[in-house]
Design a protein around this ligand. Structure first.
Ligand code: PMV
Length: 316
């Protein structure tokens, strides 16, 4: 048998940056995200015919230490034989959309179904979180939250209940200089802002959660930009400093601020890379996409929406 699972990347509106425990990959703060439509990872798994684990990523054989560690971790708990994994992203890996989020969500769901682990979506999320915390949120569609004490994500609001648009402006296709795992640990151990960040983020999380449940775009815009900029302030105050923005990222933020001043329903968010993500009311998508396409050095603009939960199907 083969199982194929599909999962979509997600973008945090209340960010996660920093772990309370590195061994179990437990976040120090809650986060809230939107799952995207349009972009997806499709992962096929089946028992290995060679007696060894074999991983193919986007058509090429890959040695991926994070996947190896995850399989080992699962084997401490489940009866998981050597496995063949074939994973494809339908979006550019350098697009600044966390392919590890959709990747580990799809992998966990596919393994669960193929090898009968018996986990529900929340429990799959808990396992995916141990590989990559953002992956926990990609098990669910629409708006999702990731909070303690269990650190399994949960759905907050379905995509169709508030179908916002997302415009991603790619400002560089270079590989990121510092991985999130390394950057987060550096921020926790060296940034004087880390305690302020862990104190403020739960408050932002509560506010964003309410804004989503009441579909209050203005309120969500304010708290999401604040969470993003607080995360980048924390990053900038890390030693050595983590500066993920380039010139086009900053110009794009100014352009979006100009649109906001005209009353256009849009706000920005930026992760551990230079791409700018603009979340907008459906009627603002065209204007936002045109505006960001006009920013010098923007190399691609993707128009996306909110997507569905991850799903798996077993084939004979
Ligand atoms: O879970 P990771 O290691 O992919 O880290 C995610 C970090 C950010 O994307 C910057 C924020 C987030 O909550 O997704």
């Amino acid at each position: 048998m083969t199982t194929r699972a599909v999962a979509h990347p997600n973008i945090a509106l209340v960010k996660y940056w920093g772990k309370s425990d590195t061994g179990s990959n437990t976040p120090a703060t809650p986060s809230l995200s939107i799952t995207l439509s349009g972009f997806s990872t499709a992962t096929r798994v089946r028992p290995s015919s060679t007696g060894r684990d074999q991983v193919t990523l986007n058509g090429s054989t890959a040695a991926d230490a994070k996947i190896d560690r995850f399989l080992q971790h699962l084997r401490n708990r489940f009866d998981l034989p050597p496995v063949e994994i074939d994973s494809e992203n339908n979006f550019p890996t350098a697009s600044g959309l966390a392919s590890s989020a959709s990747g580990f969500a799809a992998l966990t769901l596919a393994l669960n179904q193929e090898f009968g682990f018996g986990l529900d979506a929340a429990a799959c999320s808990g396992w995916a979180r141990q590989a990559s915390a953002s992956a926990a949120r990609s098990l669910f569609g629409g708006f999702a939250t990731l909070t303690g004490p269990g650190w399994e994500a949960a759905p907050l609001l379905a995509a169709e209940d508030w179908p916002l648009g997302v415009v991603v402006a790619v400002t560089s296709t270079a590989r990121k200089a510092v991985s999130s795992t390394v950057g987060m640990e550096a921020s926790r151990t060296t940034s004087p802002y880390f305690d302020a960040w862990t104190a403020q983020t739960p408050r932002d999380f509560t506010e964003a959660r309410e804004a989503v449940l009441t579909r209050d775009f203005e309120r969500l815009a304010t708290v999401a930009e604040r969470s993003c900029l607080q995360m980048h302030a924390l990053m900038l105050a890390t030693t050595p400093s983590l500066l993920y923005w380039n010139g086009a990222t900053v110009t794009g933020m100014h352009r979006l601020r100009e649109l906001q001043a005209e009353g256009v329903g849009v706000f920005f968010t930026i992760d551990a890379g230079p791409q700018l993500k603009a979340v907008c009311l459906p009627e603002a998508v065209d204007r936002v996409a045109e505006t960001l396409a006009g920013v010098p050095d923007v190399v691609a603009v993707h128009r996306l929406g909110l997507g569905e939960a991850a799903a798996a199907q077993t084939e004979p």
